[in-house]
Design a protein around this ligand. Structure first.
Ligand code: MEV
Length: 315
């Protein structure tokens, strides 16, 4: 391959459209690419290891614990690609909010892996890149479903079940609004909470997981039909089921209600919950502005609009 002075890599954010938590119990999930939210990495060989980022700037060797996923991405990709990973200057930038369920850690790891590959003049295939990012994600989240590592590197929505991603057909343009409640819920606490509820009421929780699985596949179908109203209905029902599992919050519920009142077809928490973001599906770009304003009026700290474009011509 052709080596370069400065290796560059990037990856985008993601939002779970449906299937968070139930995916942990073998149900499917759908993830959307958030192409406007980007993490980028640039890397060059240097005498001493140094890292520049929003979360930490300083010597690589003195990086704090919360940089472990990034450092793991750097270490495993450098080992695999024959780069001296301890002797590089790494610069990270990201417009993906940190710890909001939008894939910031996986996207940053993916950007690092790609930048190292670029520096080494190696083209990684999707499976190789995924394996390296997943190793960093494992450090970040312990056992994780592997969903983020795929989602941040896919240009199309993915249906994801038991570790396997498949492309979801999209027949029409869909407009979504994402709103940040400004709080971060702990993924571990949310996942543990559901597991505890399942210990006490296994049949009830298994039934909810099954309902979420059915709603997820209904959304896959509705995306293929180009039917945003149907997508919204299933999202609405999913939010109630997630609240029943104990992973919503008053702030999330308020933002969901405001979105519906302002004309969204449906809205739900996205990611592990207890905080983080709400995802709403809206009729069009114009309505997106109204919905975003309504969500902001009840406390959302930031909003983003994202459109999903049809892809059924190339499937
Ligand atoms: C967190 O982003 C999504 C969960 O389903 C956990 C996981 O899939 O690992 C809550």
């Amino acid at each position: 391959g052709h080596q370069v002075e400065t290796g560059l890599g990037s990856a985008h954010g993601k939002a779970i459209l449906l299937g968070e938590h139930s995916v942990v119990y073998g149900a499917p999930a759908i993830v959307l690419p958030l192409l406007d939210l980007q993490a980028t990495a640039s890397i060059r060989r240097a005498r001493r290891g140094f890292i520049t980022s929003d979360l930490y700037t300083g010597p690589l060797a003195a990086a704090p614990k919360h940089m472990d996923p990034v450092l793991t991405a750097l270490r495993v990709s450098a080992e695999q690609l024959d780069v001296r990973g301890d002797r590089v200057e790494l610069t990270l930038r990201s417009t993906i909010p940190f710890e909001r369920g939008l894939g910031s850690s996986a996207a940053t790891s993916a950007a690092v892996v790609r930048a190292v590959a670029n520096l080494a003049g190696v083209r990684l295939d999707a499976a190789q890149a995924h394996a390296l990012v997943q190793e960093a994600e494992h450090v970040a989240h312990g056992t994780s479903s592997g969903l983020d590592a795929h989602a941040v590197q896919s240009m199309t929505p993915l249906r994801f079940q038991q570790g396997k991603p498949t492309t979801v057909k999209v027949a029409d343009k869909f407009t979504f609004v994402i709103a940040d409640t400004g709080t971060s819920g702990s993924t571990a606490a949310a996942v543990d909470g559901v597991a505890m509820l399942r210990d006490i009421q296994p049949r009830v929780v298994d039934r909810v997981v099954e309902d979420l699985a059915n709603l997820t596949d209904d959304v896959v179908y509705a995306l293929g039909l180009g039917d945003p109203i149907r997508v919204g209905q299933s999202m609405h029902e999913a939010h109630s089921l997630l609240a029943y599992l104990g992973v919503s919050s008053p702030a999330l519920d308020a933002v969901v209600a405001a979105a519906l009142e302002a004309g969204a077809y449906g809205a739900k928490l996205t990611g592990s919950g207890l905080g983080g973001c709400v995802l709403a599906v809206v009729p069009d770009q114009e309505q997106a502005g109204d919905v975003a304003a309504a969500m902001t009026a009840v406390g959302a700290t930031r909003t983003w609009t994202t459109t999903l474009v049809p892809n059924d011509f190339d499937l």
